[in-house]
Design a protein around this ligand. Sequence first.
Ligand code: SF4
Ligand code: SF4
Length: 135
Amino acid sequence: MNISRKDFFKKGLMSLGEAVFSVSDALKSTAVAHLSIPDTAGFDATPREDMVAVPHNEHCLAKNSGCFACMERCEQDAIKLTPGVGVRVNQILCNGCSICEYVCPVNPKAVRMQPRATTQEPSVIHAEPPPTKGE
Ligand code: SF4
Ligand code: SF4
């Protein structure tokens, strides 16, 4: 296939334009571009045994892979992304430090601290599966 220098240059510019548009659309679709994540420098992330993080995925941007703020800051590695769903929290690993809630940029927060004893959130996962009958 022959292509003139002029056409070659034009096609190059067009594909560059398409790439810029797709990045810009991706940023818009995540709706995270205008949200700011709080600075954690002065935050007291003291663990609390009586508290646990609970996802509220109806507000979470992670279901479209638009935010990783809580996952990036969780030192216990207790938060996992589930594409199309949001985040899941491993209750056993969670130490109740609450930094995930602090950095969550949406309002209302998509991950919130709750007293450990009262959590019944279905998107909380457990490290061990429940025993099956006969065990
Ligand atoms: S409170 Fe949040 S950041 Fe802290 S350990 Fe639990 S899940 Fe991780
Ligand atoms: S819970 Fe908040 S911080 Fe975590 S991924 Fe969802 S929107 Fe981001």
